[in-house]
Design a protein around this ligand. Structure first.
Ligand SMILES: Cc1ncc(COP(=O)(O)O)c(C=O)c1O
Length: 380
C-alpha cells in the first residue's frame, strides 16, 4: 500500500537544474549562491531594516541567535514547553537552561501572562514560536521584552511566508530565525537563516558560522577563501553551502504558488472537517498565512486510535510535539503551570499537507476521518 505521507517535498525540474548548475560550478562551499539566497530572502520579506545570515540548519540558527543574545552559562531562557527539541538543545548548547512556559489554548503560542511568572534575575531571553497558522501576539512580545530588558528569539520555522499585521514575518522581530529543513514550506534540504537588526550583528554571525574565521565578505561571497585571517570569537561550522542555497533559490522563486496552494488546502480541510463532531479545526481563515502544518485537535481518548485507524488505511499523521518536560533530559527543568500544554499534547494531530496535494487525496483523508468518527459516535 502506498502511504500518504505527512510531508512531501515539492521538488521539480527547476530545483534539479539549479543544483546541477551549482555542482558544475566547482565551488561547493559557502559562496555566491548563499549571497544570492540571502539577498532574495531580504527582498521577499521586504525587510528594509533587517539583515539575513544563512546557516546550515534551523538548529544552528537557534544556537547562534542565542549566542548573539549573549546567553551563556547560568542564564535562563523562557520557551514554550510545546516547541521543537532543537530550541531546547540550542539553549543547553549555550550552557543556559530552558524554563518551560505554557501556551495559550487558542493560539498554541506562548502564554505571556504565565511567562511573567517565570521571569527571574537570570532570565536573558525569551523564545517565542509561531505555532503554524496562528501567529504570536508579537506587539505584546516586544513590550514584554522591553519591560524585562531581555532579548527575543522569534522562532519562525513554521511561519516563513506569513504576515503579522501586514508585515512579513522576519521583517520586524528582535532576532528571527527560519528553518529550511527537508519538510519545511520551502527546503534547502537542510538550511536555516537568521534575520538581525544591524550590520554589527551580521558581522558577528559571519564569523560564528565559519568557525570564528574573520573572512571578508568579498572573498566569502565570491567563491574564494582568504588564507590569512584572524579568529576572535567562538565559532562553529554552521555556514550554508552553495548547492543548498541553489535549491533554496529555486524554491523561493515558486513561493507565491506554494503559499497559495497550501492556504487553499488548509481552507478546504477546515471547511470539511468542521462538520465532523469529534474534530476541532484551527480557528483561522488562513488570511495572510503560509501554513507549514495542518493540525486538528481530537479528544485525548481518541487521538491515538484515530492515528492507528488512518495508518491502517494508508494515511500517515504526525504529532507536533511531545512537550519538552516529557523528555528524560528535561524532566527536571524549571517550569511553570503547564495545564494547557499537557492537554494539547494528547489532542494534537498533524494531517498530510503537501504543496502539490490534490483535492482527491484530501477527500480520501477527510472521508477516512469521517468514517472513524461515525464508528466512534456509534459506540457512544
Ligand atoms: C519550531 C521549530 N524550530 C526549530 C526547528 C529546527 O530546524 P532544523 O530542523 O532546520 O534544525 C524546527 C524543525 O522542525 C522547528 O519546527
Amino acid at each position: 500500500m502506498n502511504m500518504i505521507p505527512v510531508f512531501k517535498p515539492f521538488i521539480e525540474q527547476n530545483e534539479i537544474n539549479k543544483v546541477a548548475e551549482a555542482l558544475n560550478m566547482g565551488w561547493l562551499g559557502m559562496g555566491s549562491y548563499v549571497r544570492d539566497f540571502e539577498e532574495k530572502i531580504k527582498d521577499y520579506l521586504q525587510a528594509k531594516n533587517r539583515y539575513p545570515v544563512a546557516v546550515s540548519t534551523g538548529h544552528a540558527a537557534l544556537h547562534l541567535s542565542l549566542m548573539l543574545a549573549k546567553v551563556g552559562p547560568g542564564d535562563e531562557v523562557i520557551t514554550p514547553a510545546f516547541n521543537n527539541i532543537a530550541d531546547f538543545q540550542a539553549i543547553l548548547a549555550t550552557g543556559a537552561r530552558p524554563v518551560f512556559c505554557d501556551i495559550n489554548n487558542d493560539t498554541l503560542c506562548i502564554d505571556l501572562d504565565k511567562a511573567e511568572e517565570l521571569v527571574s534575575t537570570k532570565t536573558k531571553a525569551i523564545i517565542v514560536m509561531d505555532y503554524d497558522c496562528i501567529l504570536c501576539d508579537h506587539d505584546r512580545v516586544e513590550k514584554f521584552a522591553k519591560k524585562y530588558n531581555i532579548r527575543v528569539i522569534h522562532d519562525a520555522a513554521h511561519s516563513f511566508g506569513s504576515k503579522y499585521k501586514g508585515k512579513m514575518v522576519g521583517s520586524f522581530s528582535d532576532i528571527c530565525m527560519f528553518s529550511f529543513d527537508p519538510v519545511k514550506t520551502i527546503t534547502c534540504i537542510d538550511g536555516g537563516l537568521i534575520m538581525v537588526k544591524s550590520q554589527e550583528e551580521v558581522n558577528a554571525l559571519h564569523e560564528m558560522r565559519l568557525i570564528g574565521m574573520t573572512q571578508p565578505s568579498t572573498t566569502m561571497y565570491n567563491n574564494q577563501r582568504a588564507w590569512t585571517y584572524d579568529v576572535k570569537r567562538l565559532g562553529f561550522r554552521y555556514h550554508m553551502s552553495n548547492p543548498h542555497a541553489a535549491i533554496g533559490l529555486s524554491q523561493l522563486s515558486k513561493m507565491e504558488k506554494i503559499s497559495k496552494a497550501r492556504r487553499t488546502i488548509c481552507r478546504y480541510y477546515n471547511e470539511k472537517l468542521k462538520e465532523i463532531e469529534i474534530i476541532t479545526t484551527p480557528k483561522t481563515n488562513f488570511e495572510d498565512i503560509t501554513p507549514f502544518l495542518y493540525y486538528i485537535r481530537v479528544p485525548r481518548n481518541m487521538r491515538d486510535d484515530l492515528r492507528k485507524y488512518l495508518y491502517n488505511v494508508g494515511i500517515d499523521t504526525g504529532i507536533h510535539w511531545q512537550p519538552g518536560h516529557f523528555f528524560t533530559l528535561f524532566k527536571n527543568a524549571k517550569k511553570g503551570d503547564l495545564t494547557v500544554t499537557n492537554k494539547i499534547a494528547d489532542e494534537i494531530l498533524s494531517l498530510p499537507l503537501h504543496s502539490n496535494m490534490t483535492i482527491e487525496t484530501q477527500d480520501i483523508i477527510i472521508n477516512a476521518i469521517a468514517s472513524f468518527s461515525h464508528l466512534e459516535v456509534a459506540q457512544v
